[in-house]
Design a protein around this ligand. Structure first.
Ligand SMILES: [Zn+2]
Length: 63
């Protein structure tokens, strides 16, 4: 199972995350961009999708 960080390394338009990655925070912990901006938690579980207000990264929750 790919982690959010591994998926991000391919710089896709949408970053897929699983419930194992919750609570979702951007930048993902351990990611190479982890220091890009202050960490913000994204309530992706409410809608299944979330966009980071800092870097614009789009996340989608996989069931
Ligand atoms: Zn971000």
């Amino acid at each position: 199972m790919a982690t959010a960080a591994a998926t991000l390394s391919k710089t896709p338009d949408v970053i897929l995350v699983t419930r194992r990655d919750l609570p979702l925070a951007c930048p993902p912990q351990g990611d190479k961009f982890w220091s890009q901006h202050p960490r913000v938690f994204l309530p992706i579980e409410k809608t299944g999708e979330a966009t980071c207000p800092y870097c614009g990264a789009q996340y989608r929750l996989q069931e």
